[in-house]
Design a protein around this ligand. Structure first.
Ligand SMILES: Cc1cc2nc3c(=O)[nH]c(=O)nc-3n(C[C@H](O)[C@H](O)[C@H](O)COP(=O)(O)OP(=O)(O)OC[C@H]3O[C@@H](n4cnc5c(N)ncnc54)[C@H](O)[C@@H]3O)c2cc1C
Length: 427
């Protein structure tokens, strides 16, 4: 079957859904092709998302969107096997700020968002795998080849997530990525409020630097409070020779069993899990080609807010920008490269390119550096241990203790200041 529509969106993740929504609201005839089935949509991680971003998609967003809790406390812990150093920021002031962060479950958000996409008038086809996209310069049309046929369109928005990035690079090597394993845990109503001291729709996000891993590994863990449960997960970088999926499972068990983390998880039951890869080479590289726009992780776009990943927000923002650019192409019946360049302008105006560049620097810089993952957790844990332990002997001055601990761990003051500065800049 060879059909004809104005736009085909490939991938119904966050970037694809946001693009389809913008297009359908603008009156374009759009078909969304998604390889996952309805049942598979439920196997998605949860985490946190910026309220400022979702508010641009839905005017009545606080009432409509199935968000979990407004994050009023964020904690960072540097974990070692026997120690933990916490940095805690709480904002319990009444009233929401535009920049509030919310926890979100994608097994709830994605189906809801897709329903909105359908209601706006887009046609959604699940269980359809796209195998190729090509542009015919003579007729100025794009052809999308999928598992049951072909569709001819003015523009294809390619929002296929990490898979698009993981094709081997020009030297035939797989692209670098991290492996993430996320679990959703649920429990009796009220348990999360009591355990995390977070009432009503207020919530807590905790991130952990896993300073107890092997020398070649880097890992982060997190806990995010939902209404009646939590999201718990780890993101791991391993040497290429290691079986990543089994190793990430081992590390998640280690993380959940750590004496600092385990009490938060007691009496909660696992109701879902998902393994996912996270790209590490955000490039904002190939964003458009004749008849094609690349959005979200599939376009190498992945944001960074402060020191934290914000892939969801960036996927929604870039999807919205791709939708706007595709709509302009449809209205002028022109899918040429010159017309689609407007996509980059939309991305720049929304700060997506800037945030992606920052993400690239952060990922390649301090964030997966051995100092953050091994040296600092140990150094700060040792220092605090020394300062807080009573031996009966007179206390040594803090500066002297710090000098001695840092020297033993190979930390130099100038390096520490430089890293603090880089972390503060999100790089
Ligand atoms: C464990 C984990 C936790 C995370 N937590 C957070 C968090 O808390 N906050 C945050 O901001 N980011 C988080 N991220 C990152 C975030 O998930 C991604 O950046 C985001 O999902 C990218 O959205 P996307 O729309 O580009 O791709 P996706 O959401 O991956 O969607 C791509 C879609 O395309 C479909 N597809 C792929 N190929 C084809 C094809 N050939 N044909 C048809 N369909 C296809 C896929 O099935 C998928 O549905 C996390 C990632 C992981 C792994």
């Amino acid at each position: 079957m060879n059909e004809r529509v104005q736009v085909v969106v490939i991938g119904a993740g966050l970037a694809g859904s946001a693009a389809a929504l913008a297009l359908a609201r603008g009156g374009a005839k759009v078909v969304v092709l998604e390889r996952r089935s309805e049942g598979e949509l439920g196997h998605l991680p949860g985490g946190w998302i910026s309220g400022a971003v979702v508010s641009k998609l839905f005017s009545n967003w606080r009432q409509e969107i199935p968000l979990e809790r407004r994050v009023v406390e964020q904690r960072l812990s540097l974990l070692t096997q026997d120690g933990a150093v916490w940095i805690d920021h709480s904002d319990r002031s009444e009233g929401e700020k535009p920049a509030s962060v919310f926890t979100m479950r994608r097994d709830r958000f994605d189906p809801w968002m897709l329903q909105k996409v359908r209601e706006a008038g887009a046609e959604l086809r699940l269980g359809v795998d796209v195998s190729g996209v090509s542009y015919n310069a003579v007729v100025g049309r794009t052809q999308v080849v999928h598992s049951t046929g072909r569709i001819d369109c003015t523009v294809a928005v390619i929002a296929t997530g990490i898979d698009a990035l993981l094709r081997p690079n020009s030297r035939g090597r797989p692209q670098p990525h991290l492996t993430g394993l996320h679990e959703t845990l649920e429990g009796e109503a009220g348990l999360i409020d009591r355990r995390f001291g977070a009432k009503g729709d207020r919530g807590v996000v905790m991130r952990f630097v896993l300073g107890f891993l092997g020398a070649e590994e880097r890992g982060l863990g997190y806990l995010a409070t939902y209404r009646n449960g939590i999201g718990s997960g780890v993101v791991l970088q391993t040497p290429p020779t290691v079986d990543r999926e089994s190793r990430v499972r081992e590390v998640l068990e280690q993380f959940k069993g750590h004496w600092v983390v385990a009490p938060f998880l007691r009496n909660l039951e696992k109701v879902g899990e998902s393994v996912q890869r996270i790209p590490t080479h955000f490039s904002a590289g190939r964003l458009y080609a004749p008849g094609q726009l690349f959005a979200g992780d599939g376009g190498g776009l992945h944001g960074w807010s402060g020191a934290w990943t914000s892939g969801w927000s960036t996927a929604l923002r870039s999807g919205r920008a791709a939708g706007a650019a595709a709509l302009e192409a449809v209205r002028t019946n022109d899918g040429s490269e010159a017309r689609l360049e407007a996509y980059v302008t939309h991305l720049r105006e929304d700060g997506v390119i800037r945030d992606t560049r920052r993400g690239l620097r952060a990922m390649n810089g301090l964030w997966f550096d051995h100092r953050l993952h091994r040296t600092y957790p140990r150094a700060f844990s040792d220092l605090l241990h020394r300062m807080m332990t009573e031996t009966g002997a007179p206390k040594e001055p803090i500066a002297k203790a710090a000098r001695s601990v840092f020297r033993a761990q190979g930390v130099r003051a100038i390096g520490l200041l430089r890293d603090a500065n880089r972390l503060g800049k999100g790089a």
